[in-house]
Design a protein. Structure first.
Length: 160
């Protein structure tokens, strides 16, 4: 380790950034459940990164009622990354789409709180996700019953 300041050893910020770029690249995959899009993010959301995959995943379906960024795989974020998230949130608002963050790691959450964006972003919980899956599964069972038995069919969805 290099001596950064007298008595302090560590890595200089520029060296940290170059190490990050070597080891992390932002990837985004989507899952559509009902009229919600879940975007699973992997890597770092840092200035200088190519955010096209993230933007494309979020903007894929402008008719979605909600876009949720699953941030469990995001290890680092900086001011540039926060700017991208704010831009995506603004885009969603213009399209009447809710924009939420989920599974934010403690170090990323810390950065969000330091700049007080925890008051700006909405957060989605794991129970919210389970509710969506349950409702969507029940809706697909009802839809299947309607196809098989006609639109006036009554189906027991408690087994769903």
């Amino acid at each position: 380790m290099k001596e950064v300041l007298p008595g302090w050893t560590g890595t200089l910020p520029g060296e940290v950034h170059s190490q990050i770029k070597e080891t992390t690249m932002l990837r985004a995959t989507t899952l559509k459940i009902s009229d919600h899009i879940i975007v699973r993010c992997q890597g770092a959301i840092l200035v200088g990164e190519d955010f096209s995959a993230l933007r494309c995943a979020v903007m894929k379906d402008a008719s979605a009622k909600m876009v949720v960024l699953d941030m469990a795989g995001v290890k680092l974020i900086d001011a540039g990354g926060l700017g991208v998230l704010l831009g995506l949130r603004e885009w969603a608002g213009k399209h009447s789409t809710q924009f939420k963050l989920m599974n934010v790691r403690p170090n990323v959450e810390h950065v969000i709180k330091i700049v007080r964006l925890d008051r700006v972003f909405d957060f989605w919980t794991v129970p919210d996700m389970f509710d969506l899956i349950h409702v969507s599964r029940a809706a697909s069972v009802v839809g299947a019953c309607s196809v098989w038995f006609g639109s006036k069919a009554v189906c027991d969805t408690t087994a769903a």
